[in-house]
Design a protein around this ligand. Structure first.
Ligand code: ATP
Length: 437
């Protein structure tokens, strides 16, 4: 038995050697007495040439009947040639069909033929055979590695918080209820309460990458009901700017890491990652309102900037060369109870959003660490502090000042790769209409 080579391991110098390759039938061309197969494995492609009366009759017949995408194992000889890109071809002595693929394929795999996103997501396991679609997830993997490396370097510990919870911190409207034995529970919308509780422990810098769930009842190109969040929380801060600094540095370093380590995949996607303009511009919410209004769109005082407002602001920022920029000091009533209010002007909060070309990718701020104030904020928002007893408890016995942020990792990838829809950056997205595959 000859062990299987990857296509990458075979070189023209192996001329005359017997090898075995395994992979899928990428293409088949029958030209009378000649059959050309392209076999693809995860490393690359190899051409297999079968000539009638030169190769065994059985191999010729098997090749003739092969369907596209079938999994085969081929034993044969390497022949040096300048007719193929690889500089070699394989002439088989034996072709075994390991698993025959049905026909026709439910999704067109031909380069340049783009099917509807919905069709592609229904056939995701076939869709992700396309190198330019697989490249999205390879870049995603690199970017995550870059983030993790930077977080670790800055002394953050990766943590894992519960995903089935009793309370949500991000508003009741988007909670997914789950039956939890005899109780009603919810799927976590964020790790907010738990990462803050960690600030009262021995750990004063934590981060988490995890799945979060929001019953978003709208159909947009940047919301899904399950998304990957990247969160961080840090203690002993003096102000929100310190959190913004860490977020900015991490994004810059992770982008650099991705640019360096994902060159080929970025090329496949036609994306050039340029170094973002630094420092990221930091403007207040009021300044953002002013800019948006100058562009002809009025945002009522104290209201969220909205999708349209963020887009308009993004265009102005891009004209100034800012792809990434912070908007800070949002109105308190637009922010959750855990965000600290400005002492002098309580209508504003120590909060921020990070936007990437007109789309919010992260939001954070300094947290309220004084239990009395947290309870006051909760009551103002119609929440009952006694529902959050376990969270508030951790504030009663020595909670340092702290802050943090939550970013949507899928949105980061969407913006980074200029994808028209967040679903392109998620393997198996979940939304209003999609629960499978
Ligand atoms: P938006 O206003 O865009 O709906 P949000 O203010 O509800 O977002 P946060 O609660 O601040 O979002 O969550 C932090 C980050 O998590 C957001 O900046 C975003 O990147 C990501 N995020 C939130 N909800 C979703 C979602 N439904 N799908 C994908 N990413 C999301």
């Amino acid at each position: 038995m000859i062990s299987t080579h990857t296509t990458e391991q075979i070189t023209p110098n192996m001329d005359g050697q017997t090898i075995r390759i395994a992979g899928r039938v990428y293409s088949k061309r029958v030209l009378g007495k000649l059959i050309f197969l392209k076999i693809r494995d995860p490393q690359g492609k190899a051409q297999v040439t079968i000539k009638k009366n030169r190769e065994p009759e059985e191999a010729f017949e098997t090749a003739e009947n092969l369907t596209q995408e079938s999994i085969v194992s081929i034993k044969g000889k390497v022949r040096k040639t300048d007719q193929t890109k690889q500089g070699y071809e394989v002439t088989p002595t034996e072709i075994s069909v390991i698993n025959e693929a049905g026909t026709p394929l439910p999704l067109e795999l031909e380069k340049g033929i783009e099917s509807e996103l919905d069709t592609r997501l229904n056939q995701r396991s076939i869709d992700l055979r396309k190198p330019e679609k697989a490249a999205i997830f390879k870049v995603r993997n690199t970017m995550l590695k870059g983030i993790r490396k930077t977080m670790e370097k800055r002394g953050f510990t990766e943590i894992h918080t519960p995903k089935v919870v009793k309370e949500g911190a991000e508003g009741g409207a988007t909670l997914f209820p789950v039956k939890y034995f005899k109780e009603e529970a919810y799927l976590a919308q964020s790790p907010q309460l738990f990462k803050q509780m960690m600030m009262a422990t021995e750990f004063n810098r934590v981060y988490e990458v995890g799945e979060y769930f929001r019953a978003e009842k709208m159909n947009t190109s940047r919301h899904t009901s399950e998304f990957t969040g990247w969160d961080l929380e840090m203690a002993y801060i003096n102000n929100q700017e310190e959190v913004m600094d860490v977020l900015e540095e991490t994004i810059i370093e992770a982008l650099h890491y991705t640019q360096k380590n994902s060159r080929e995949d970025l090329e496949k996607l036609g994306v050039t990652l340029k170094k973002p303009k630094t420092p990221f511009k930091r403007i207040t919410y009021e300044k953002a309102r002013e800019i948006i209004s100058e562009e002809g769109k009025k945002i009522p005082k104290g209201m969220d900037l909205g999708t349209e407002g963020e887009k308009v602001l993004g265009e102005t920022m891009q004209r100034e060369g800012h792809d990434l920029y912070f908007i800070k000091e949002y109105p308190s009533k637009e922010k959750p109870f855990y965000i600290m209010r400005n002492e002098e002007e309580p209508q504003y909060s120590y909060s921020f959003d990070l936007d990437y070309r007109g789309i919010e990718i992260a939001s954070g701020g300094q947290r309220e660490h004084r239990p009395k104030e947290v309870k006051k904020n909760m009551k103002q928002q119609g929440l009952n502090p006694s529902d959050f007893e376990y969270y508030l408890n951790s504030f009663e016995y020595g909670m340092p000042p702290h802050g943090g942020m939550g970013a949507g990792f899928d949105r980061i990838i969407q913006q980074l790769l200029e994808l028209p829809n967040i679903r392109e950056a998620i393997l198996f997205p979940r939304d209003l209409k999609r629960l499978k595959p």
